[in-house]
Design a protein around this ligand. Structure first.
Ligand code: SF4
Length: 649
């Protein structure tokens, strides 16, 4: 067995109740790392072409990262994997918290489930036991109740991942929860877990995680920790909107150093960007049809970052994270507390629906986390429904009497409650905006803002075309956690990967919108590197402070004893991305069909606001991206010679 990884995975056949350990050869880790890379390797050949994502042939997995538990930092991410019922292609989603090291302490790099159980079950591993236990009494409980009941039953040292009612009801926008309401939300994998009647996984192992060079690991982590510890004072939260407004009017832009974002993240968490993004055109407004003119500072002040930290009772860190962007906020009403809402949730349930009521955002955040439903997709689908109502495509009779008007907080809250329960109009919307628009018809498809069936994240491609591109080309489309021009700036990969171009310290903003060849290099580098992060379990926010300060490649060598170069790791990322694309081809997906909705790409362009007049040159960007990967520029399918070079059969 190698170092850093456990060297084996567990397969659980839910139809038969069987367990089977599988030893993974060292060469596989050298080619795919662990996490989503190892999962892509394992699932590519085992899920038959055209398999029903909610049927017994789909394989669902929970994976840890290669670096998790090795003494490296920011390595608490775990990944859910499988065929996505939402997009029909490769699906993965990741989350932080304390669950990732528990997978390795149970003795595995991943736990994978095949078949379908006859009745609800949960998997328990711990105290020399490995068993499937009856979960009938947990079925119907929300994620927080489920975790509390399981900890009571299995001991409070155990770590739990589970689904809520959304996954049980097979909502295609359901995710998997851990740490009482944190959620691996994207790709609809909660519905896969629900289809398998698998309510939860409870892990309480104590295996040691081997590391090749602990001293080197300690040195590297000490330096990273010092960088994270630097925390100069920053402006109050209600001033952040002015920073965004200032950045909007400047004709030039400084290349972003992630240390600035790190300072904001440490102070407020991801909500630090709420007002900045709304002002500078990063946050989509009014179902992507509006701008800062519609949701300007007079409205966005209600979601300024201080609103969230003022009621924060305690800050928390994910496993091995020196930064700690999380927090628990107190609430009044039905729930007494909630995880501090993330930027994505606030803007999806806020500006996207023109809702400026922060109390309702706290409430919907907790409701969706407990239900195990993706806040981005839920907010995106609610905004779609509001636009349909405002345009007369949906009538009051069809909305169960709800007045779905922009900014009608009470109606938005009721709609979300109905989606979770799959009740009335909520049943129509519980599978996301693409499925709903196909059922509604009447031209509503234009207002369903998604890529390949998945609602777009809260970053506007008209502000940073890299987002529009990655939403459209990634095998798991619509996600903000893959790449953007901003990410390329912050990762600073050129400081380690010598072939990559450095970003100019100061550049004219127009340069961002030109689809030149350098952009293809940037976006390919982002995709490759994100696969390295997701194979290692490293949090993207940690990586934002730059490859020299968060030394992922050096950590990997110290953990494994390998002597790979940064270029070698980037090639591993390329192999993983290409295999995921092949997975989609195998399952009948035409890559072009993942192109994001026209409106989100500025077709036609907005007439006012921060992104006025901007259209993303999406067709050229997509072709250049595919070409740079050695995929066919017309179809997006990996070429035979590329597959041969990467050793993919
Ligand atoms: S930066 Fe935030 S999300 Fe990332 S590991 Fe740390 S606490 Fe978790």
């Amino acid at each position: 067995m190698g170092k850093g990884y456990m060297g084996k995975v567990l397969f659980v056949d839910l139809s038969k109740g069987d367990f089977k350990e599988e030893t993974i050869p060292d060469e596989v880790y050298e080619k795919y790392l662990s996490g989503t890379g190892l999962a892509a390797y394992l699932l590519y050949n085992r899920i038959p072409a055209g398999a029903d994502a909610l049927g017994p042939e789909n394989i669902f997995g929970l994976m840890s990262g290669l670096l998790t538990g090795t003494g490296s930092l920011f390595t608490g991410r775990w990944m859910a994997v499988g065929k996505s019922p939402l997009t029909g292609g490769w699906g993965d989603a990741n989350c932080g918290g304390q669950f990732s090291p528990a997978i390795k302490r149970a003795g595995y790099d991943g736990i994978l489930f095949t078949g379908i159980s006859e009745k609800p079950v949960y998997l328990y591993i711990g105290e020399g036991k490995m068993e499937l236990r009856d979960a009938s009494g947990l079925w119907g409980k929300d994620a927080v109740e489920t975790e509390e009941m399981l900890l009571e039953e299995c001991g409070h040292d155990a770590k739990v991942a589970c689904i809520g009612p959304a996954g049980e009801k097979l909502s295609l926008i359901a995710g998997i929860c851990n740490d009482k309401g944190r959620i691996a939300a994207r790709s609809g994998l909660g519905a896969v877990m629900g289809s398998k009647k698998l309510k939860a996984v409870v892990l309480d192992g104590c295996r040691r995680i081997p590391v090749a060079d602990r001293d080197e690991m300690k040195n590297l982590s000490k330096i990273c920790s010092k960088w994270v510890g630097m925390q100069p004072p920053f402006v109050p939260g209600n001033m952040t909107g002015f920073i965004g407004a200032f950045m909007r009017i400047l004709p030039t832009q400084m290349a972003q150093d992630g240390m600035l974002y790190k300072v904001m993240l440490r102070k407020w968490g991801t909500v630090s960007m709420n007002q900045v993004s709304a002002e500078m055109g990063d946050s989509p407004i009014k179902n992507w049809s509006g701008s800062n003119k519609d949701f300007g500072m007079s409205k966005s002040k209600y979601v300024n970052p201080d609103v969230y930290t003022d009621c924060e009772m305690v800050k928390y860190h994910c496993y091995s994270c020196p930064l700690g962007c999380g927090g628990i906020c107190k609430m009044t009403g039905k729930f007494s507390e909630t995880h501090k809402p993330e930027y994505e949730s606030v803007l999806a349930l806020g500006g996207l629906c023109m809702n400026e009521d922060s109390d309702s955002i706290f409430y919907m955040n907790e409701l969706l986390n407990r239900a195990g439903m993706d806040t981005i997709s839920a907010g995106g689908t609610a905004a779609f429904a509001i636009e349909c109502y405002e345009r007369g495509i949906l009538t009051k009779d069809e909305t169960d009497g709800l007045e779905l008007k922009w900014g009608n907080t009470a109606a938005i809250v009721s709609l979300i409650e109905k989606m979770i329960k799959r009740e009335g109009i909520g049943d129509l919307l519980a599978d996301g905006s693409k499925v709903a628009s196909q059922k509604i018809g009447k031209g509503s498809e234009r207002y369903a803002i998604h890529a390949g069936g998945q609602e777009l994240a809260m970053h506007d491609g008209r502000g940073d075309p890299g987002f529009g591109l990655h939403y459209s080309v990634d095998p798991t489309p619509g996600r903000h956690t893959i790449g953007a021009w901003l990410y390329y700036e912050m990762f600073q990969l050129w400081k380690k990967v010598k072939s990559l171009p450095a970003v100019k310290p100061l550049y004219h903003k127009d340069a961002k919108y030109k689809a030149d060849e350098e952009k293809a290099i940037w976006s390919n580098a982002c995709s490759k590197f994100m696969n390295v992060l997701n194979g290692s379990g490293v949090c993207m926010f940690g990586a934002f402070i730059g490859i020299k300060r968060t030394p992922t490649f050096d950590w990997l060598n110290a953990a494994t004893g390998w002597n790979k170069s940064p270029e070698d790791y980037m090639e591993i990322g390329e192999r993983i991305q290409t295999l995921k694309q092949q997975f989609n081809i195998k399952h009948g997906i035409e890559p072009k069909s993942f192109k994001a909705n026209d409106r989100s790409l500025g077709i036609p362009p907005l007439l006012e606001g921060a992104n006025k007049g901007r259209t993303v040159e999406i067709d050229k960007l997509m072709k250049d991206y595919w070409t740079a990967f050695g995929w066919d520029p017309e179809t997006g399918k990996p070429k035979g010679e590329t597959l041969a070079k990467l050793g993919i059969e």
